[in-house]
Design a protein around this ligand. Sequence first.
Ligand code: F0G
Length: 368
Amino acid sequence: MNKPFNDCGVISRYREFLPVSDATPVISLSEGSTPLIHSPKLSAITGGEVYLKYEGLNPTGSFKDRGMTMAISKAAEEGAHTVLCASTGNTSAAAAAYAARAGMKCAVLLPAGRIAGGKMVQAYIYGASVIAIRGNFDDALRLVRELGETGEYAIVNSINPYRIEGQKTAAFEIIEELGDAPDIHILPVGNAGNVTAYWKGYKEFKNLGRSSKLPKMLGVQAAGSAPLYHGAPMENPETVATAIRIGRPASWDGAINAISESGGCFEIVEDSEILAAQKWLASHEGIFAEPASAAPVAALFKCHNQAGKTTRCTTCPFGQTTQGAKVVLTVTGHGLKDPDTAKHAVTEPIETDATAEAVRNALSRLNS
Ligand code: F0G
């Protein structure tokens, strides 16, 4: 029998590795199966073989859709009517979209004034009830935990283990595409669910004999929002990469475990390095990433420049060299989510008369 037209997405592709059964109604928007794009320029710079897992191409524009198809499907199986989450913007977009598809209500708690414009619009257009908290993401997540205690709401933050299950499928895809696990995997870390999920995915496929090795995990935080790097929660995290502006990551233990078991490390990058990497990635490889998603590129540049010179971290995967190494960077979210922050790259356009001559003159002025 032909598969129903909509029978795709990560649950369909990886059903045997996920906690679902015939009783689970699959709520999917055909998430996952995102491209693993080879980066010739990053490869040439680092001497490695560098790939970008472009998660910005998921249905709501971020990797959150992988976990949300699982969380919402399981919530539907359990008969939930309303889902609730705290978010820096991408989880709320995904929750709202998948809840809409499931016919559920969705409430999202967001730090007031600190959500990128595109993400805010997503929560509204998908029909969520939006509450702006006078506080940061950590305050919002504390409230979600408190409100979740009554059983009135199904919580779809990554403290819900089904989210991690869905997100681990990105590691499966990378292994299937490369034929094995990479040597190094670099990703941004905020609430730390994703690094936990990737590590779980890599280990599961290794245990099943589908890969021969495990990558070293490099978790990247913004310098002003780096609790895991410093080993202590932060009260007032601050960064231009609002997606990862988090001082008390919920999956703290999972992140520490992934980094230490893999022999990797945490790294920090300044906001200026994040914005420079965002511009570099777009203008050199044609990939527009939101600021948090450019952090791994900034870290790759930073660590490559320090390779062999650093003594700070003996387990740093770049303590040796990236020469010949297979490196995967997760581009977690699409740049169009946060056009305001990308304005650093925008200049006033030259306005001309509508003649070919005027356009030619303007172009030569731009290129001089
Ligand atoms: N990149 C982007 C674009 C994100 O939106 C997030 C997290 C991360 C990286 C970090 O992933 O939290 O699993 O370590 N965004 C969450 C949200 C917190 O609410 O959308 P993490």
